[in-house]
Ligand binder design. Structure first.
Ligand SMILES: [Zn+2]
Length: 51
């Protein structure tokens, strides 16, 4: 079995993407899909980007 890890694009935490839908929070920002550890990070990243 292989475990893939992705990094939260906001806080750089490693997220196991084994069950990507559940383990990570993804959001589409600027037409691109980004992965985050949680909703808060997604929000924060989006706010940082839009400034
Ligand atoms: Zn995060």
């Amino acid at each position: 079995m292989k475990y893939k890890f992705v990094k939260c694009e906001c806080c750089n935490m490693n997220i196991p993407s084994e069950k990507c839908d559940l383990a990570a929070y993804s959001a589409v920002i600027d037409g691109k899909e980004h992965l985050f550890c949680c909703k808060n990070c997604a929000k924060e990243y989006e706010e940082t980007k839009s400034k």
